[in-house]
Design a protein around this ligand. Sequence first.
Ligand code: HH2
Length: 270
Amino acid sequence: MTIPSFLLMGVVNVTPDSFSDGGRFLDPAAAIAHGRALVGEGADIVDVGGESTRPGAAPVDEEEEHRRVLPVVEGLVGAGAIVSVDTVKLEVARAALDAGAGYVNDVTAFRAAPGMAALVAGRGATCCLMHMRGEPRTMQDDPRYEDVVSEVKAFLEERLAFAVGEGVAEEKIHLDPGIGFGKTAAHNLELLRRLPELAALGRPVVIGTSRKSFLGRIASGPPRAVDARMPGTIATNVLALAAGARVFRVHDVAPIRDALTVAAAVLAGS
Ligand code: HH2
């Protein structure tokens, strides 16, 4: 067995209301400095977002999202980083690509903006297509599935075929089950447990468990606050690596890189 290789995607939220770091990086200079620090810690990609997708989050208009995101994308591209833009809006994605971003992370998997797939195809960008049930405002209102893994898999398969049909090269497409997006804790755990079924689609699987609330509700005792979810973040990312995930979207790059590097070395000996 070869050592499983992985990519780390470091998160920079340029928002006032993100669930874990809202308001910390609204100032472009602070966001750029944070992104550079994440690259220094070993992030392969920096994912810049200007609209929170936390449950119940209010939508942000295009002009405001553009104003938040663009200076940060420009600053990080200028610093030599590989930049992803976390957006569902066509014009925000276009401006970020114009500024040198190379990756579009669309949590609607090209369903929100007509033309997003064609834009990504035309630019030769890499993209992440993510599963989400409903929309952020309402997605955690009693989500139900017959079989969450088969439904997420069928959705990702359909979006993969759509993107390829629109001209996106298959090797530029990553797939993400959307941990916490219209899913209960039990759904998230089942997706993590049965990740090999998603990896079987043949595209790199992206996993985003970092600091998410379900991690704080599993361990005994009081729910863990956002800044006390590192052990759960490490546990889920390591298990996801072993189960075939290849891209890890995290807020805390240095400790997750260490954990995944050790896990990969163990797996390489198996
Ligand atoms: N999770 C969040 C946002 N974007 N993109 C992908 N591909 N996968 C994810 O799991 C994912 C994502 C939510 O985390 P965060 O950006 O920290 O919070 P917020 O949406 O509140 O800004």
